[in-house]
Design a protein around this ligand. Structure first.
Ligand code: NAG
Ligand code: NAG
Ligand code: NAG
Ligand code: NAG
Ligand code: NAG
Ligand code: NAG
Ligand code: NAG
Ligand code: NAG
Length: 778
């Protein structure tokens, strides 16, 4: 009886609110009799503007001491996949697919191991083919023959048994008569490179008036097409290795090395070249193209124009001038970066032709997503080996290496995942070697742009495309000497772009000579970006400041539009009508009552890619029904050109789409697609017991004290996912009368004393003290 009264009271209050709200809506309409209504609707469905953290919150997480009194005071934070920071001007729409929603998109495929034909013998460093094997061989022995990218390579095969490969040859192939084959790539020490670098180092010592220098290594290691989430997803064991051995104070390498991660990264665009030109040259791709105008990489008479640009801007030349031996390895056989650099790279070592023979003999291609082997090994094996040997060979010299691998190009990440153990081995060997050396060491482990799986249209997919990983490993002594710890830690909370890395790398080249690298020593050149070791990036940096192309900037927001505007829009009408139909289909199947639309309470929209003639638009629509005044359904629909969808198949109870003619040009009709991705139920316990059993796309439940969402979702036959469209869920909670407060950077929502606290921990695994709001899905 008491419950019934309470229910009646609720219903009465609800209707009162609805009446007042409709009144204010209609008033609004009359005042504003043009099509687009102002968004400041004065009604009950609240909008949550940018939630701000209490001022002292972030500061508590920032590094505390600017002055570090000793090397042992340098301690770093563990690499954590779910770091979700933002700044006042850069609030990412998404951080990509996390562990709770990635499975559908990223199940690693099976792969076959490489044939181990093993045609080589090696005796005290001298390679030969196996005795008794009659083979065709080829060897690459001349530095001056190396050409980057896709050009035809002239080569002749020699026949032989027990063929001895030349001592100066960096790579060679052998092919047996049964079709078996093998290949090898190695770095060969060249005394002339070492001596030349020493000579330049002496010049710099004179220039900087110092007699005191220590060999330094700088490695830029780029994994093509990998997102920050992708790195954690594909090489989890390597990440764990780094956490346990390099960062954990008890780790075997943590006394000597420090490690920093910069999660707030946004690539310039979602492709390789627009990111690599700023990284390597410090200028935009467009500017580089302007310099090169109509020059053709395949015309020998144009080659100089390309090398000129390297001399003018590149890290290679800069490091050469600063007394470093230099190396360039990029495992491509296609022409992308080469269109800017040309085919001749001005580094001491260049490992390019090996890959072309890999292509000829074994069908290797950086763009192929299938299993790939070159001889007895996976392609990445050669890059890691070559780099390791190079670093070892030039011990005592300054050395700079640029290594770029395409192991992640397959999208899902299977091939990078296979490489996980090899990366552990690689880091272990390199760190073990450097641990014993009295040398400086900086290793930048980064992505150019994100993962290319998952389309632009999917919000998490878009985030994966433009959020590459940035990891920095350095010896603590260098960090201490440059007074860099505070700045590096601080910059981990800031928006970092390729221009910052370029400047940082240019300044670091001076570190063997001076402790305060300065732009005044750059021959009057002014660089964009921030020297991250000694400067802190502005908190208020925007994508525009960072040189990021607007359509690839992740800091975009849903905005609310007039909920009544659906009446004039085909797509919004489609979403609402069909959501009701979908709900009723499932209700009927479960023997529940059908529902009818009462009100459209809120519409939030997000335009992606405004440059297109029909931008991709996501809509979130909150509706109520006549039958149950408390029921709240959230519809997610997307309107876009049909070619924006990777896949137009439909699966699941709450997914539907239709193609709509969009325009005609001559005889061709262009189509847009209206697609409903999900219909979710926000009110956690439907008053109708029958509907409680229905598996809407997402259901929301509250935890009991000390319970986790993972367990709770499981109890209801769902799995936990991290909250999507939090602003809609919070808007709903605000409508329910809760105050919303942001208390941290994570994604949990927890009701504590009538306040919805946002961001304290990981929504799925944390054990809630209050009532945790769980998002459970199929
Ligand atoms: C619609 O109303 C807004 C604000 O009331 C006004 O600024 C705008 O010019 C109007 N647009 C049209 C097309 O009348
Ligand atoms: C942060 O500020 C709030 C309000 O100013 C205060 O109540 C709280 O105690 C502060 N927290 C810390 C850790 O200083
Ligand atoms: C850090 O050290 C410098 C000089 O070494 C000193 O001027 C400055 O006040 C110190 N800062 C802090 C916060 O202790
Ligand atoms: C630095 O480390 C020493 C011990 O190694 C400790 O006594 C001191 O408090 C630390 N200083 C800072 C600023 O953390
Ligand atoms: C080196 O010393 C010379 C003469 O003392 C001085 O002119 C020059 O500026 C110094 N160079 C640097 C880089 O400090
Ligand atoms: C290399 O260029 C040739 C000729 O332009 C072309 O046919 C071939 O497909 C290219 N190969 C790759 C791997 O891009
Ligand atoms: C950003 O912050 C810097 C320093 O904190 C300040 O100089 C600059 O004016 C700010 N820029 C904007 C657009 O607020
Ligand atoms: C919460 O759960 C943990 C273990 O799951 C238990 O140790 C602890 O006592 C529980 N706390 C409360 C308040 O129930």
């Amino acid at each position: 009886m008491r419950n019934l009264l309470r229910l009646l009271a609720y219903i009465f209050i609800f209707w009162l609110i609805v009446i007042i709200a409709s009144f204010s809506l209609s008033k609004n309409n009359k005042n504003n009799n043009n099509e687009t209504h102002s968004v400041e609707l004065d009604n009950f469905f609240l909008r949550i503007k940018g939630l701000e953290l209490p001022e002292n919150y972030t500061e508590l997480r920032y590094p505390q001491s600017i002055n570090i009194s000793s090397i042992s005071n340098i301690t770093c934070s563990l690499l954590k996949r779910n770091r979700k920071h933002e700044t006042s001007e850069y609030k990412p729409l998404s951080y990509g697919f996390d562990v709770y929603n990635e499975n559908k998109f990223f199940t690693f495929a099976s792969h076959k191991t490489c044939n181990n034909d093993n045609l080589f013998d090696v005796n005290s460093g001298v390679y030969s083919t196996k005795p008794g094997e009659m083979v065709d061989v080829f060897e690459g022995c001349k530095r001056s023959d190396e050409r980057f990218g896709n050009n035809s390579l002239k080569y002749e095969l020699s026949k032989g048994t027990e063929y001895k490969f030349g001592e100066k040859c960096e790579f060679f192939f052998a092919k047996g008569y049964k079709g078996q084959g093998d290949a090898m790539l190695r770095n060969i020490y060249m005394q002339e490179y070492a001596e030349k670098a020493k000579k330049y180092a002496e010049e710099k010592m004179n220039y900087f008036n110092t007699t005191n220098t220590k060999p330094m290594t700088v490695v830029v290691f780029v994994v093509d097409s990998i997102s920050r989430q992708g790195l954690f997803r594909c090489i989890p064991k390597t990440i764990e290795f780094l956490n346990y051995n390099v960062i954990d104070p008890e780790g075997k390498y943590s006394k000597k090395f420090a490690m920093y991660e910069f999660p707030l990264s946004n690539s310039i665009q979602a492709f390789t070249v627009p990111n690599l030109v700023p990284l390597l040259y410090g200028i935009s791709e467009d500017l580089a193209k302007e310099f090169l105008a109509e020059k053709d990489i395949n015309k020998p008479e144009h080659a100089n124009f390309f090398t000129e640009l390297q001399y003018k801007f590149s890290l290679f030349e800069h490091y050469r001038q600063h007394g470093f031996v230099t190396m360039f390895l990029n495992d491509v056989v296609t022409d992308y970066l080469s269109k800017i650099t040309g085919r001749v790279i001005i580094t001491d070592h260049q490992a390019s032709n090996f890959w072309k023979l890999g292509n000829k003999f074994f069908g290797y291609s950086d763009f192929n997503s299938k299993d790939q082997c070159i001889g007895s090994n996976l392609p990445h094996y050669f890059s890691l080996k070559y780099l390791k040997e190079y670093l070892h060979n030039y011990k005592g010299n300054n050395r700079f290496a640029y290594v770029h691998i395409n192991t992640a190009h397959a999208g899902i990440g299977t091939r990078l995942n296979i490489a996980d153990n090899d990366f552990i081995g690689f880091f272990n060997e390199v760190l073990r070697e450097y641990k014993e050396l009295d040398e400086d060491f900086t290793f930048l482990f980064i992505g150019d742009h994100g993962t290319s799986r998952g389309d632009f249209l999917n919000i998490d997919g878009f985030a994966e495309r433009v959020n590459p990983p940035y990891l920095l490993l350095s010896n603590k002594e260098l960090v201490f000497r440059l007074k860099a710890h505070y700045n590096l830690e601080m910059n981990a909370f800031r928006l970092v772009s390729k221009y910052d890395w370029h400047k940082t790398l240019k300044m670091l080249a001076m570190a063997p000579y001076i402790d305060q690298p300065s732009e005044q020593y750059l021959n009057g050149k002014k660089l964009d970006g921030t020297f991250m070791f000694q400067e802190t990036i502005h908190e208020n940096k925007t994508c525009d400041d960072a040189g990021i192309t607007p359509k690839y900037c992740l800091s975009i927001k849903f905005i609310d539009i007039d909920p009544l505007s659906y009446k004039q829009k085909d797509d919004l009408n489609y979403y609402i009508q069909n959501a009701i139909t979908l709900i009723n289909k499932v209700h009927q199947r479960n023997g529940c009552n059908t529902v009818t639309l009462s009100q459209v309470l809120r519409i939030s929209k997000l335009d992606l890619d405004l440059e297109q003639e029909l931008p991709t638009t996501h809509y979130l629509i909150l509706i109520s029904t006549n039958e149950d005044p408390n029921a709240r359904f959230l519809i997610h629909g997307t309107t876009a050109l049909s070619n924006q969808f990777n896949d137009l198949k439909v699966s699941g109870d709450f997914v539907i789409l239709k193609k709509a003619p969009y325009k005609r040009v001559g005889k061709i009709t262009y189509h847009s697609v209206f697609k409903i991705w999900s219909v979710s139920r926000l009110d956690s316990v439907p008053s109708n017991a029958c509907e409680n059993k229905v598996k809407y796309s997402k259901r929301y439940f509250y935890t009991e004290k000390n319970e986790s969402c993972k367990d709770l979702c499981k109890d209801h036959g769902f799995s936990c996912s991290s909250p999507t469209f939090a602003h809609m869920i919070l808007g709903y909670l605000a409508e329910m009368g809760y105050d919303i407060q942001k208390v941290g950077f994570d994604n949990s929502i927890e009701i504590v004393n009538g306040i919805a606290e946002v961001g304290k921990g990981d929504s799925c695994v944390m054990k809630y003290k209050g009532k945790g709001l769980c998002q459970c899905g199929i």
